[in-house]
Design a protein around this ligand. Sequence first.
Ligand code: ATP
Length: 236
Amino acid sequence: QKTAPVAEVSGLSVRRGRIEALHGVELTVRAGETVALMGRNGAGKSTLLGTLTGLHEPARGTVRVGGAVPHRTAPRELVRRVGLVPQEPRDLLYADTVAAECLAADQDAGAAPGACRALVTELLPGVPDQTHPRDLSEGQRLALALAVVLTARPPLLLLDEPTRGLDYAAKSRLVTRLRALAADGHAIVLATHDVELAAELAHRVVVLADGEVVADGRTAEVVVSSPAFAPQVAKV
Ligand code: ATP
């Protein structure tokens, strides 16, 4: 039985500067579904995630997130529907220390004090409290950004290469956490080059090539059957 759509993209084209980074993209993501967005560098994965959070305006086509048009929705309203952890999460973090960032995340989300800090430690033990987010390692900063967004518990989570810089143990703790969120009805779209991660976590794989969807199906079927996917499998 199909659950309610959380994100609906139809006939979407998006320009980045002089090039058309996406053309004619169709995508529906439903509550409880985890979708892996795959494809080579420059295929358009980040652009699609950015468009779902209103960072880029469609040139053609429509985008709806929880029924709202992202680029016409106020940020305060949009964060109730969708949370993005971008490839470089620096811009997401604005406090002077990890502790302050986490306190703000708890407050913004109306979560119990300490909720965000506990998530950081769950994902990656040993992240220091009094360090400026810009002085963290790549993996530590990613764990903090993931914790900030997971604390808000938006119905739709968008994660751009969420395991970059994380060691094996941290990666498996993130997988466990994301599985629990999906079981709880959250929809997750993750852009990744990590076939293993996609196989472990995703119900569906959507492959982009040159801004177009070239495969969309159940993970096992896409991994086995899509010629567009073959170069990625070969890389691992
Ligand atoms: P990667 O795996 O490297 O993150 P991607 O699949 O996320 O790649 P995008 O970053 O969405 O791909 O890029 C899609 C296209 O848009 C590429 O041709 C890229 O060169 C172009 N592009 C990306 N960012 C910009 C920008 N700021 N200005 C102009 N063009 C851009």
